[in-house]
Design a protein around this ligand. Structure first.
Ligand code: HSE
Length: 435
């Protein structure tokens, strides 16, 4: 029989995730206690707004407007930071750690950009730091990488880890609407981050990818080394061409490891229709992980929202609670495992590509373009020209075999200078085997 123990919890931030977390801690308290033998007691919640009704019944003295009532309370064992952003979240976390409190956070931007310092602090103070909720909401991907796949060398990770951009791309695909209309709808439904640039420019995905890269490869958090491109340049026309060619366009966060080189990139990607991840639609997230022992694995679920994210936060609460009760000394997951690695620059990656040129509709144009591609060792797999506008510009789409990005950049530069090309060309990276 497990020893019964009470663990006191304080939540800083009573917004969407804070409310979901409180709801779960209260509504599922008995269930969690039965499963663990631990009484998880929500002692305090701090937020600047303690008047708004969140639909949760709480004793009056639980709410406070002062975060320090939690940080300075010697009875509180676990502090949950759910205010988001860098300041004052970082200070609250550091101060809690220094008071020897275990900390849980859903703050992906903070972990990705300041995580190295925060982890060092946690290690020095011998406290646990939980961040399951920081990536892909309710999908327990951190636990998968830390525990479930601990026996594997991770070879690749492909994730749809921003629900908002996936919602936008799905709406553009299914309803043939433009980017702005789809974004407006995502905002109306409350999916987008406070600043939607984080979602649509790949920043939120890059934060999450930084965290996944640390867990996958044992490297520090290197947010500035993640290559990122958003979805704002993808048009309804590209989505239609992609469909015609047998692909969906998804904002993928990609990690790949080979020969001690690691690729870390976020960009719109053409994914073959027969890949499971191409069928992940709407606000759902999915992460494909390939390990050398396990092979391919796929995780799917809700990447945002009060209850799914709250589910991940409470999983950390239980995990840490169990370690406190059993007095496990090894508290912080070591990130600095691998010392010899290099981040591959985007110019050095190899991929298949989709090009959309705006080409003047007259004889000989394709041969000019293909000539330049040939000069850069870029081999064409298929070509589509849509419509007929003799002497005017029409979209000319080219799908390539594998090529080096450096060559692609140079070739596009030259093609864009051709008098028969009107306007800037677009290129997207294409996943899938060579056929
Ligand atoms: N804005 C994020 C998303 C929320 O759309 O996925 C969860 O991190």
């Amino acid at each position: 029989m497990l020893q019964r123990k009470r663990i006191n919890i304080g939540i800083i931030g009573f917004g969407t995730v804070g409310s979901g977390t409180a709801k779960i801690l209260i509504n599922n308290k008995k269930l969690i206690e039965e499963r663990t033998g631990i009484d998880f007691n929500l002692k305090k919640i701090a937020d600047l707004d303690i008047k708004r009704d969140r639909g949760i019944k709480l004793p009056v003295d639980v709410l406070t407007t002062d975060a320090y009532e939690i940080i300075n309370d010697p009875e509180i064992d676990i502090v949950i930071e759910l205010i988001g952003g860098i300041h004052p979240a970082k200070n609250f976390i550091i101060e809690s750690i220094r008071k020897k409190k275990h900390v849980i956070t859903a703050n992906k931007a903070l972990i990705a950009t300041e995580g190295n310092e925060i982890f060092e602090e946690a290690e020095a103070n011998n406290v646990h730091l939980g961040f399951e909720a920081s990536v892909a909401g309710g999908i327990p991907i951190i636990k998968v990488l830390r525990e479930g796949l601990v026996a594997n060398n991770i070879l690749a990770v492909y994730g749809i880890i921003n629900g908002t951009s996936n919602y936008i791309l799905t709406k553009m695909t299914n309803e043939k609407v433009g980017f702005s209309e789809a974004l407006k709808e995502a905002q109306r439904l409350g999916y987008a981050e406070a600043d939607p640039t984080f979602d649509v420019e790949g920043i939120d995905s890059a934060h999450k990818l930084t965290i996944l890269s640390s867990l996958s490869f044992g490297i520090p958090f290197l947010y500035n080394d993640v290559y990122k491109e958003g979805i704002t340049k993808v048009t309804a026309m590209d989505i239609e061409f992609a469909m015609e060619l047998g692909y969906k366009i998804k904002l993928l966060a990609i990690l790949k490891a080979s020969n001690d080189e690691i690729e870390m990139r976020v960009h719109p990607t053409m994914v073959p229709n027969d890949y499971l991840i191409s069928k992940v639609d709407g606000v759902f997230n999915a992460i494909y992980v390939e390990g050398d022992a396990v092979g391919s694995t796929l995780y799917y679920g809700r990447g945002a929202g009060d209850m799914p994210t709250g589910s991940a936060v409470v999983a950390d609460v239980v995990d840490i609670g169990k370690r406190i009760v059993t007095d496990q000394k090894r508290r912080v997951f070591t990130l600095k495992r691998s010392s010899s690695f290099k981040i591959r620059k985007i110019q050095d990656i190899e991929s298949k590509y989709y090009f959309r040129f705006s080409a003047i509709d007259k004889p000989g144009v394709l041969s000019k373009i293909s000539g330049i591609l040939g000069n850069y060792n870029i081999s064409i797999a298929s070509v589509i020209q849509k419509g007929r506008r003799i002497g005017g510009a029409v979209p000319l789409v080219v799908l390539t075999h594998r090529a080096t990005e450096r060559d692609v950049i140079e070739a596009i530069k030259q093609i864009d200078q051709l008098p028969v090309v009107a306007g800037e060309s677009l290129y997207l990276r294409v996943e899938g085997e060579e056929v």
